[in-house]
Design a protein around this ligand. Structure first.
Ligand SMILES: Cc1cc2nc3c(=O)[nH]c(=O)nc-3n(C[C@H](O)[C@H](O)[C@H](O)COP(=O)(O)OP(=O)(O)OC[C@H]3O[C@@H](n4cnc5c(N)ncnc54)[C@H](O)[C@@H]3O)c2cc1C
Length: 364
């Protein structure tokens, strides 16, 4: 295949809520963004539109009083981004070179040069890979099985029901504690006899009367019918290998998330899990001109509205950077597109050649 070279002021990776919001803003700012997103691929679990494409009811996205289906919400996001002239390219990005601007991105058939890059490649929930866990109709995913308690816990399908949470870390403790607001009973299955969760999270869960811990227990199968969803699980004792069935009406897999950041390893600063580091005041990364928004830089909130909010921030940060205005870096310094660094206390400007000048206002 011939390789086509594309050059853009703004390139966005990912068409979830973060990437599409960044597209809406940068397109309205006349920056003609190019948004690149991976094609639908069942094996690698990607769908243009991101994680919300695999869910049904979204009840907590503001502006939709009656709720909206995930795919319908993402279709609206996309139409809005198209309306202002966003260009879309469906391709896997296989390599990036962020060592100099313009940054270079490679797909199978394209080399893309970007003056600014907005990374919105999201995160993926980790799954166990057991029978019954796949998305309906192949399993009960979206029909009694979920990986997000904040998203799905309040849905009628889980209210006043017996639920099983799988995991022993902070995510599992948080999800189990949250679910006790709605559920009749929450079981937590953990493979060991000790939790990995932090002390404070453990204590909250262990004190909660609605939670019962199933120690040395692993989930091996989720059972039910397509008409009525989950009705039981098969569990295995990790000490003696014995299996038993237990009745529950819902399962939450809470064994963590994996940010989609393999591509950027060794170039962008990340936390130990692989989330890209930004500092909260802006979406700048350690490389001037590269911004990150949505779940790829957020291990805490992981919601569509927060992803969209940081997508807006990334767009405004990229606009400022292209307008030669300073943007705050994770270190607290500010940088400009010319390579000027403004110190954290805003008193000094360090020029690209190392010359230091005062940033104090001059009064005549
Ligand atoms: C089952 C489920 C239900 C949920 N329900 C709710 C809910 O009710 N309310 C709510 O607020 N939140 C919900 N969430 C969370 C919400 O979906 C996420 O917080 C949100 O989608 C994050 O948006 P994002 O744009 O950061 O990333 P994502 O939505 O993850 O999108 C990232 C995109 O980047 C693409 N990508 C990744 N790597 C590459 C690459 N190398 N090349 C090209 N493209 C790439 C992916 O294909 C994907 O399309 C739910 C999540 C799940 C899994």
């Amino acid at each position: 295949m011939p390789t086509e070279e594309i050059r853009r002021q703004v390139v966005i990776i990912g068409s979830g809520p973060a990437g599409l919001t960044a597209a809406i803003y940068t397109a309205r700012a006349n920056l003609s963004p190019l948004l690149i997103d991976a094609p639908a691929d069942t094996e690698r679990q990607t769908t243009p539109g991101g994680q919300l494409m695999i869910t049904t009811d979204v009840e907590n996205y503001p502006g939709f009083a009656k709720g909206i289906e995930g795919p319908e919400l993402m279709a609206e996001f996309r139409k809005q981004a198209e309306r202002f002239g966003t260009e879309f390219l469906e391709a896997w990005i296989t390599k990036v070179d962020l060592h100099q601007r313009p940054f270079t991105l490679y797909t199978e058939n394209h080399v893309v040069k970007a003056e600014t890059l907005i990374i919105a490649s999201g995160a993926s929930a980790k799954w166990l890979g057991i029978p019954g866990e796949a998305k309906t109709p192949h399993g009960f995913g979206g029909n009694g099985v979920s990986a997000c308690a904040t998203c799905d816990g309040p849905l009628p399908a889980f209210r006043n029901k017996r639920l099983l949470v799988v995991g022993g870390g902070d995510t599992a403790m948080e999800e189990a504690t949250f679910l006790t607001r709605y559920a009749a009973k929450v079981y937590v299955a953990h493979r060991r006899d000790k939790l990995r969760a932090s002390k404070i999270m453990q204590e909250k869960a262990l004190r909660n009367e609605k939670i019962e811990f199933l120690w040395n227990t692993e989930l091996v199968e989720i059972l039910g019918t397509q008409a009525d969803g989950v009705n039981a699980v098969r569990l295995r004792d990790t000490n003696n290998g014995q299996e038993r069935a237990m009745e529950v009406e819902g399962v939450f897999i809470a064994i963590g998330h994996k940010p989609n950041t393999e591509l950027f390893k060794g170039q962008l600063d990340m936390d130990p899990v692989g989330y890209i580091l930004t500092n909260g005041h802006s979406t700048a990364t350690n490389i001037p001109g590269v911004f990150a928004c949505g779940d790829v830089q957020d291990s805490v909130y992981r919601q569509a509205i927060t992803a969209a909010g940081t997508g807006c921030m990334s767009a405004i940060d990229a606009e400022r950077f292209l307008d030669h205005l300073p943007v705050e870096m994770p270190s607290g310094e500010e940088v400009t597109i010319e390579g000027e660094h403004i110190t954290r206390d805003r008193r000094l400007i360090i020029e690209p050649d190392g010359e230091v000048i005062s940033n104090e206002p001059v009064f005549e």
